[in-house]
Design a protein around this ligand. Structure first.
Ligand code: AMP
Ligand code: ZN
Length: 491
């Protein structure tokens, strides 16, 4: 593993890696507790009542970059993305109809458990396919479904009840946040402010605005439980699935910034109260939102865009991944077609460079170190991309070596550059021209090309440029590669 050498890291140790931890509000060095063999990482997953939009997908590309960076730093990773297939209420406020119920109405399906499951499976499949399209290796991720963990969810709620953390209301069983004095420590949420503006508390029968449903009663649908028929609250689902898949304590927990104040503080309150183990997660990492024209992406604003829409418009799905890598995960991003076009051009340039250069080079230690240093500094992907482009522009590194460097860096960037990609090739041929076979050139073109090569040999740059200009007028573009000049033709 090249990184070990580059960083001169301890023999049995790992490459130093710093990650911003919402819990401590610093970039902390990531380490693993002794005897832990693999990093336990949980990413809050989607509510599968509709197609994931491109904002949701930012969450999982971010998680994938963490996974790849950890691997590169010498760690093994156990990654879990849950699927919220049942029980997600309409908002953090515990009020309003369930999202799934609304989705069944939208799709003209009768309200039944069976139909809920059918709908959830359809969107789960789509979600996992979208991840694979973004070059996320889904075979090494566990995707637990909330509905497959009902027993564990009920057991966890029972433990909380036995320990005195719950009370009954007319909507179901609530978590009593007054019993958990550290409630709200993640991100230091303003509990006093919440109390002051507690209109929500009046709407539902809870004692404090921060209290939340552990079990939501439902007369008609759901599972049987000690608190009657109903559904688990969506916060408890995450705590229970983490318990079942990764254990009582984990190393990294991620999600969008919107989940931090309520959902993640609730997860901490439930898990730490039930297990007595602190911290529930050692690192909490939150990514910022993707907006469209500065507006949040949402159904009600009618600005939902999904991955299939982008592909339909002629974009390569990995150009979207490139676009995401172009901003730091803690920076809000604005999506626009123009911005995605720019990302696509850069992605295709990189892709074409890799496809047309020779493969006999070896990575430049100096540039790899620069790229790796950026990634190890809280996953600075824009910095890593900028370093890769700087290396290409700098021209000091032989092109075959530059290619080898980029392929090595791509193990973290995940643009799938080592694998042939017909869609990318057809897109860059359209954009930059098709390589022309030098043996079948028209005489005039052959003469101009030979004259340019002759002039270059004699270092007569002016004449060489003039010949390039003539070729361009005939529709031929020249690129100098390590294997000699290459001609492209644009139709
Ligand atoms: P949901 O399916 O709504 O539970 O969301 C799944 C994930 O997507 C969560 O981590 C959210 O924080 C995240 N998310 C939702 N909307 C956006 C957005 N516009 N930009 C980035 N992440 C988002
Ligand atoms: Zn969660």
């Amino acid at each position: 593993m090249w990184l070990f050498d580059l960083f001169g890291a301890k023999k049995a140790g790992h490459t130093p890696l710093f990650l911003y931890n919402t819990l401590t509000k610093h970039k902390d060095e990531f380490t693993l507790p002794a005897h832990t063999k693999a990093v336990r990482m949980y990413n809050c997953g989607p509510t599968v009542y509709d197609t994931s939009h491109i904002g949701n997908l930012r969450s999982y590309v971010f998680a994938d970059v963490i996974h790849r960076t950890l691997e590169f730093s010498g760690y093994k990773v156990r990654q879990v993305i849950n699927i919220t297939d049942f029980g997600h209420l309409s908002s953090d406020a515990d009020a309003g109809p369930d999202k799934m119920t609304k989705a069944l109405k939208r799709e003209g399906m009768a309200l039944s458990m069976e139909n809920m499951r059918t709908l959830a499976e359809k969107y789960t499949e789509q979600f996992i396919k979208d991840l694979a399209t973004l070059n996320i290796d889904t075979s090494r991720i566990q995707f637990p479904r909330a509905s497959d963990h009902i027993k564990g969810e009920i057991a966890l709620i029972s433990t909380l009840e036995e320990k005195g953390y719950t009370y009954k209301g007319k909507d179901g069983l609530y978590y009593d946040t007054a019993q958990f004095p550290e409630y709200g420590k993640l991100g230091d949420i303003n509990i006093e402010g919440l109390k002051a503006g507690a209109r929500v508390a009046e709407a539902v029968d809870k004692r404090a605005p921060t209290d939340f449903l552990l079990w939501k009663s439902d007369k008609h649908l759901g599972w049987d439980s000690p608190w009657g028929k109903g559904f688990p609250g969506w916060h408890i689902e995450c705590s229970a699935m983490i318990n079942a898949t990764l254990g009582k304590q984990i190393d990294i927990h991620t999600g969008g910034i919107d989940l931090m104040p309520t959902h993640h503080n609730n997860e901490i309150a439930q898990s730490e109260a039930a297990t007595g183990k602190r911290p529930f997660s050692r690192f909490w990492m939150h990514h910022e939102f993707l907006n469209i024209a500065d507006e949040k992406i949402s159904k009600s604003l009618g600005n939902m865009v999904n991955l299939a829409d982008l592909v339909e418009k002629g974009f390569h799905p990995l150009a979207y991944r490139y676009f995401l890598l172009g901003a730091h995960y803690r920076t809000p991003m604005n999506f626009s077609t123009v911005a995605l076009e720019a990302a696509q051009t850069s992605f295709l340039k990189l892709r074409r460079f890799v496809d047309t250069e020779q493969s006999d080079g070896s990575p430049s230690r100096e540039w790899l170190k620069k790229i790796q240093e950026r990634l190890a500094d809280d996953l600075d992907t824009p910095g890593a991309l900028a370093a890769a482009w700087e290396m290409l522009k700098d021209g000091e590194v032989a092109k075959a070596d530059a290619k080898a460097t980029i392929l090595e860096a791509d193990r973290v960037l995940g643009l799938n550059l080592a694998k042939p990609d017909e869609l990318a090739a057809s897109l860059y041929n359209k954009m930059f021209g098709v390589v022309v076979d030098r043996n079948v050139l028209p005489d005039r073109v052959k003469t101009l090309l030979e004259a340019r090569e002759e002039a270059r040999k004699e270092k007569n740059w002016q004449h060489a440029d003039a010949m390039r200009g003539e070729l361009q007028k005939l529709g031929y573009l020249i690129e100098d590669t390590s294997a000699g000049p290459r001609l492209f033709r644009k139709d």
